[in-house]
Design a protein around this ligand. Structure first.
Ligand code: FAD
Length: 443
């Protein structure tokens, strides 16, 4: 039995704290960054080993829970999300976990630039922000999580919960028993489907084409375009681009990657089904793996780029070797907890990406969850309800804001009032001020 607990401080140092008496000495070392796990709480099973799952798993472990993460994918998850915009709160969450983010977290960007179709700068806005790669954040989280408690290739199938515990069944027949089940299984969440069978992601009417290419392969362009957050706003469409770290987290200009997201309308009845049909004619539901996007679909996208985008972005699109797209959805759950089961990240709220905060939302869900679970003698079900009360309004607010920001990405509007509202939402000054900005959460 140990006399003290090695506890990571936010500075990264370790401090040995005296063992609180209520822990009755049940402290065990499993080698996770040298920190100790306090066996003061129960066991949590987390479904999904991506952003929300790993944030929840880390914060729960840090609070003394025994945590097992189950991820359906057997290979690495890296490379899924291309580039992302971040907020200081995301970095703070990583630092709270003692993860080394201070240096090389991403590319610091100071300015936003809107350009017109000929590439001329329409306006600029000072807006310091760090752009990083999805993989960078994910690897910070996954590298620091103990392998022994991360189970890849395990597909959640169903759960059964009662007053005592929750039993979680996987596709291979394995059953795991826990005190708490965390559904962090993304926008198609199976955990959510069992809680709310009638809820499904609602298609927003447009897709986000994405891609990344090495800066070294790009035409030389003015610094303002290569090193800042650039917006090109053709009628009813929205293209953004910014630099992110290159291979090996390389941040030197010229050796980074350039990331773009191009939002384009695609109607639900004919265009979206065509986009979701792969080269072999197989129709995919909700989304399609990047490598299966049909070549004809990519060709059409590149042709359209030549018609509507500025020369800078035409070149970026033309040179990107494997562009892919994600249909954009909205989804809101009425509550994030039911009994011993809780939903976090995109499993609970799918917010259109214009607020650029899906990863931060996942981190904040995790922190709110452990805050609500603070008293280990408390009633777990009530604590989870408290978590839900705290986080549902945030998700609702984010969805409304992102819908508003994306409202002009359309080819047609129901009436003149809707068209005027959309035109206001698509005005460059508003787009520059409000995209990936979170002040609205404070009002
Ligand atoms: C175009 C676009 C741009 C974006 N830009 C930004 C941005 O700039 N900034 C930002 O913060 N966010 C951005 N986002 C949002 C962000 O990527 C997501 O919010 C975030 O990745 C969601 O993480 P998650 O862990 O909740 O879900 P996911 O990353 O979807 O993870 C869910 C995990 O659960 C696993 N899983 C699913 N079902 C099962 C099962 N049955 N059993 C076991 N495992 C399962 C999956 O394999 C997956 O690994 C963007 C999103 C899009 C589409």
């Amino acid at each position: 039995m140990r006399k003290g607990i090695d506890w990571p401080l936010s500075s990264g140092e370790m401090r040995t704290l005296p063992c609180p008496t209520y822990l009755s000495g049940t402290v065990h070392d499993d080698g996770w960054r040298g920190a100790m796990t306090l066996a003061s709480h129960g066991k949590a099973v987390v479904i999904g080993g991506s952003m929300a799952g790993l944030f929840a798993a880390h914060f729960l472990r840090r609070a003394g829970w025994r945590v097992e993460v189950f991820e359906r994918t057997s290979g690495p998850l890296s490379g899924r999300g291309a580039g992302i915009m971040t907020h200081p709160q995301l970095r703070a969450a990583l630092e709270t976990l003692g993860l080394p983010t201070v240096e090389n977290f991403g590319v610091p960007i100071t300015t936003r630039v809107a350009i017109d179709r000929s590439g001329h700068v329409l306006m600029t806005r000072h807006f310091p922000q760090i752009a990083t790669a999805w993989t960078r954040v994910h690897s910070l989280l996954s590298d620091a999580f103990p392998r022994a408690h991360y189970h890849a290739g395990m597909e959640f199938e169903s759960f059964a919960a009662d007053a005592q515990d929750v039993r979680v069944r996987f596709a291979d027949g394995h059953v795991e028993t826990a005190d708490l089940l965390v559904g962090a299984d993304g926008f198609r969440s199976s955990v959510r489907r069992q809680l709310f069978p009638s809820l499904a992601p609602e298609y927003a009417g447009y897709v986000g084409w994405r891609g990344m290419l090495p800066e070294a392969e790009m035409d030389s362009a003015p610094f303002a375009l290569t090193s800042q957050f650039t917006f090109d706003l053709p009628d009813g469409e929205h293209m953004i681009g910014y630099p992110v770290a290159g291979p090996g987290n390389q941040l030197t200009p010229g050796q980074r990657n350039y990331n773009f997201v191009w939002y384009r309308p695609a109607d639900a009845s004919s265009e979206l089904p065509a986009l979701l049909t792969d080269g072999d004619g197989q129709r995919h539901e909700l989304s399609i793996p990047p490598i299966l996007v049909a070549p004809a679909v990519v060709d059409e996208m590149r042709c359209h780029a030549n018609r509507v985008l500025s020369p800078w972005f035409r070149d970026v699109v033309a040179r990107t070797s494997q562009p892919f797209f994600q249909p954009i959805y909205d989804l809101a759950v009425p509550r994030m907890a039911e009994g011993r089961v809780v939903l976090v990240g995109d499993a609970a709220f799918v917010v259109r990406p214009h607020v650029g905060a899906g990863v931060l939302k996942a981190a904040d869900d995790a922190q709110a969850l452990v805050a609500a679970l603070g008293d280990r003698h408390g009633n777990l079900v009530q604590q989870l309800q408290t978590f839900s009360y705290a986080r549902v309004p945030v998700g609702v607010k984010m969805i409304a804001r992102a819908r508003d920001l994306g409202s002009y990405i359309s080819r047609s509007f129901a009436n003149e009032a809707e068209r005027l509202a959309a035109a206001a939402a698509g005005a460059p000054e508003r787009v520059l001020a409000e995209t990936a900005a979170l002040e609205f959460l404070d009002t």
